[in-house]
Ligand binder design. Structure first.
Ligand SMILES: O=C(O)c1ccccc1N[C@@H]1O[C@H](COP(=O)(O)O)[C@@H](O)[C@H]1O
Length: 242
């Protein structure tokens, strides 16, 4: 169900215990922004309704930050979208046990389609799928491996009842080069499920442009680097899309 106002999801991506931002999702491109809990609490204090919380080590397969991620999720009064390394029953159960509002499945949607269909049927809108793309090719395992065609996978997930998609243009992610509005429009044209935009937001005008796609099915936007780089404040961002 889409709302009229664009939802904003400030991001806290955790690598090796630190809040970081990557460029194009590339391992080794990290800029560190300190303690993840402090970052998350700062976004909550600034008025966020959602937190997009990512275990990057689990996504890359370089370990995990599960205990710390659970502490952050549990400390939040706001809704949490949790992702990274949720690929089987045990990791899904652990993620949902944090009290998060929903989880985002990436690699599993590409490599374990039967399991994903099963958990969509079991958990409904607690499951979103992250469609992380280069061009129209999906990428999994920390965005290091090709995982099939965007629109074929979208059609399959739609038929299985997937409630929502988080669409990331990897070429834009962490670059402050503006969102891929064409990609968002194209995905919205192929599904009636809400879409959360991710990647490239650099300015309040970018957020206003994404907000202009709400009637087409965009429900929210993840904002990372721009907030950490202080291109604008979260308060200004919330005001811009109000
Ligand atoms: O958010 C990133 O910058 C990122 C970079 C590289 C890989 C993953 C990234 N993010 C999130 O990870 C999940 C996918 O994890 P998995 O494939 O399910 O283990 C995806 O939803 C992104 O939100």
């Amino acid at each position: 169900m889409t709302t009229n106002r664009l939802e904003l999801l400030p991001a806290v991506d955790v690598r090796d215990g630190q809040a970081v931002r990557l460029v194009h999702g590339e391992s080794g491109s990290e800029t560190s922004y300190g303690d993840p809990l402090e970052a998350a609490l700062a976004w909550q204090r600034a008025g966020a309704e959602w937190l997009h919380l990512v275990d990057l080590d689990a996504a890359f397969g370089t370990g995990d930050n599960r205990k710390q991620i659970a502490e952050v999720a549990r400390a939040m009064d706001i809704k949490v979208e949790l992702s990274g390394g949720i690929r089987d029953d045990a990791s899904l159960e652990a993620a949902l046990a944090t009290g998060c509002r929903r989880v985002n499945l990436g690699t599993a949607a590409l490599e374990a389609p039967e399991w994903v269909a099963k958990v969509i049927a079991e958990h409904g809108d607690k499951i979103a799928v992250g469609l992380d793309v280069r061009g129209t090719t999906l990428r999994g395992r920390g965005w290091t491996r090709d995982g099939g065609d965007l629109y074929e996978t979208l059609a399959r997930l739609d038929s299985e009842g997937c409630a929502r998609y988080v669409v990331t243009d990897i070429a834009k992610d962490g670059t402050l080069k503006g969102p891929n509005l064409e990609l968002l429009r194209n995905v919205c044209a192929r599904t009636d499920r809400p879409v959360v935009a991710s990647g490239g937001v650099s300015s309040l005008d970018d957020l206003r442009a994404i907000a202009g796609l709400v009637p087409e099915g965009v429900e929210g936007a993840i904002v990372g680097k721009a907030l950490y780089a202080k291109a604008f404040t979260l308060e200004e961002a919330l005001e811009a899309v109000a």
